[in-house]
Design a protein around this ligand. Sequence first.
Ligand SMILES: [Zn+2]
Length: 295
Amino acid sequence: MKINVGDRKIELKENSLGWAKVLEIPIKIEVCEDSFLHIGATPSPLSEKKAPIFKIKGKPAIPASSFKGALRHQLELLFINNIEKFAEKFNIPDDKKDVLKPCIPSPNPTKAEQELLNLKMYRGKMEGKKYVGHCEIKVEEDKINVGDLGICPVCYFMGATGIMGFLRVGNFIMEGESDIINQTNIRIDRKTGTAAKGAKVEGEQVKPGSVFKGKIEVVLSTPILEMQGIKFGDARKISDVVIDKWLEYWEEKNKEQKAKILIEEILIPAIQNIRILGGQKSRGAGKVSVSILSE
Ligand SMILES: [Zn+2]
């Protein structure tokens, strides 16, 4: 499939994994010049190093889970910021626009998420201290219940508990020689201008300019979906109940075109909007630029 990324045309490779047909999107992540990257590994009691970074076979890596979290967040923002545009694109009736609102995938939203929730940017609501409204499929006496809004567009891509998403994200491995700095950072007390007490932080970091490569796969179809005549871009059904209600009104019927639009206008922009990854953000870490490779 040929897709447009800015003014570039990129040919995406189709692959058969047996259980699914997928489209590969090759991705490059570069650590910005004014920053560094720290994605912590689970501390090992045997390691002498303090704050080691995540590695695969000795090479620094960005774990899929980190990237997924950042991508989910960017997809949420994309739908929040473009609800009118997408309502028009997907032919959603005026009184049904809420189907485009993302859910918060946790019962304990962050402060920022709660603010957006108060502004009705997300679906669902707070009941006491818990958020109610995340995507799920309930089976009640053999009947499928997905609520009035169905599965949200973000979970369509990323998946939710018990619901397959159409994206598969792998780990991103650092290119070239591992260039890690083992830095001791001393925080300066602003008042006294000397080293703050107990402020020595030791840890590994990936240098600015480092490049990581990996890929995202878009599941185009699976044998089960195929039996129902459903591909990526279509609304899915479970025993005749439409679960992806945000796609149910779309007048576009060409399946290839549908997949292309979701990739070009939703997935690619969300990927490119990722600007920060990993930890130690308060120290200026994690600034990245993410781009689509044209192999
Ligand atoms: Zn959701």
